[in-house]
Write a protein that binds this ligand. Structure first.
Ligand SMILES: *Cc1c(COP(=O)(O)O)cnc(C)c1O
Length: 423
């Protein structure tokens, strides 16, 4: 359930017609509903209300500080994967003791920044990272709180690019080699061993891979206890999928029930890193039709709708062949045709939809690209020197631009023509 609904043939975000926002700020833009963000966060978080847990929103899925601030105020933490995300989370007011740091390539500077900030946990992904973190912490006279991200070798049954929990993926430490690392870490001055973490992939539509993973982690935690290493946190990562098209992902409550059942009486604090399941369907991208055209001469006619948003603004269709529903924001059309909805970028891969059965639209019509809240704006680039689009949040009958559309000046900000070039 989300708060993007048609009323009298007009698409509304909560109590505001989307077209009113477009009129005021232009297109394209991302649009988030505060009520939906809140609802989805609570749906997830409250499913675990009866157990010790912390919901750390995966910042990379939607990193605007207004969004982070909202989740922070709802009691959420942040799962970060870079120094930049740490900066954002802190600026948004997320408490450092609710921030956990994942990622395979943390630099020395980033580790120092995390330690300085007093974050809850570093999810360490390799032996070299452990040594580096120990050194940095030692230099600072601190002890770094650590979980190792183990790779359970479980197939998440999702797209290859977003599957991370197979031993052939670059993530984590193979679970059967992790014990040696824990024993090593226990002896290090600058390391405080606290947890076990994992994240097996994204857009999972089945519960069984999560349960299978937890089984392996539980066995591992027992094994650690036998060796005298006691674990305070189990971090199960993110990955719960959403409906883009006809998927049937588990409801967060079903997911929670399965996890809690498998946990049994193991007494630890659970950490979760959900991204997509919270923000995915809480955001849309609004774009305007620039041209319609028909290319004849091939075996059959091909119809195109050219819009003002491209693969640089929403890259998932091009990158993963991902499906996004697209609808005109006024609903009164009846004639359908099969079209490609494409952007202005000079790449054949620049499309938002392929062979979509779509109502006839005209120049100037506004379209809503659905389910664009996760990995939408955060993956946007300036390719083709296109300023990044605005982000807007709606709350009831109010809206606010939470990120201004970039200007041309910002496009070349920081660029320099050196003196040794002729002027
Ligand atoms: C991307 C990522 C997440 C979030 O995944 P979703 O599928 O959006 O829930 C969580 N944890 C880690 C380590 C990630 O890389």
């Amino acid at each position: 359930m989300n708060h993007f609904q048609y009323k009298n043939g007009q698409l509304y975000c909560e109590d505001i017609p989307v077209k009113d926002i477009a009129k005021e700020i232009g297109t394209p833009f991302y649009l988030y509903s505060k009520a939906t963000l809140t609802r989805h966060f609570k749906a997830f978080d409250s499913s675990f209300a009866d157990v010790d847990h912390l919901t750390c929103f995966a910042v990379k899925s939607c990193s605007n500080i207004a969004v982070l601030s909202l989740f922070g105020s709802l009691g959420g933490g942040a799962d970060i994967v870079s120094g930049g995300e740490l900066f954002r989370a802190l600026k948004a007011g997320v408490k450092p003791e609710r921030i956990i740091y994942s990622g395979v390539g943390k630099t020395e500077e980033e580790l120092r920044y995390g330690l300085q900030s007093g974050i809850l946990l570093f999810n360490v992904e390799s032996e070299q990272e452990l040594y580096r973190l120990n050194t940095v912490a030692g230099d600072m006279g601190k002890k770094a709180p650590v979980a190792f991200r183990v790779n359970p070798d479980v197939d998440p049954k999702t797209h290859a690019y977003i599957s991370t929990g197979l031993s052939k993926n670059k993530f984590g430490v193979p679970i059967n080699e992790a014990l040696a690392l824990y024993l090593l870490a226990e002896k290090m001055e600058g390391i405080d061993v606290k947890g076990v973490s994992c994240h097996i992939g994204s857009q999972l539509t089945r519960i069984s891979p999560f349960v299978e993973t937890l089984k392996k982690i539980k066995a591992f935690v027992h094994h650690l206890a036998e060796k005298g290493i006691f674990i305070q946190y189990i971090d199960l990562g993110g990955g719960v999928g959403i409906v883009y098209d006809d998927e049937e992902p588990p409801h967060p409550e079903e997911y929670a029930e399965a996890i809690k059942k498998e946990m049994g009486n193991l007494s630890v604090t659970l950490i979760f890193e959900p991204g997509r399941v919270i923000v995915g369907n809480a955001g849309i991208m609004v774009t305007e039709v620039q041209y319609t055209k028909t290319n004849r001469g091939g075996e059959k006619e091909k119809h195109f709708v050219v819009v003002d948003a491209g693969m640089n603004d929403l890259t998932r269709p091009s990158l993963y062949g991902a499906y996004h529903g697209i609808r005109p924001i006024t609903e009164d059309r009846k004639m359908y045709q099969v079209v490609d909805i494409v952007g202005p970028i000079c790449e054949t891969g620049d499309f938002l939809a392929k062979d979509m059965n779509f109502p006839r639209v005209e120049q100037g019509d506004l379209l809503a690209v659905l389910s664009a809240g996760a990995y939408g704006f955060t993956m946007a680039s300036n390719y083709n020197s296109r300023p990044r689009v605005a982000e807007v949040m709606v709350a009831g009958d109010r809206f606010e631009v939470i990120r201004r559309r970039e200007t041309m000046e910002q496009l070349i900000q920081g660029e320099i023509i050196p003196d040794f070039l002729e002027k």
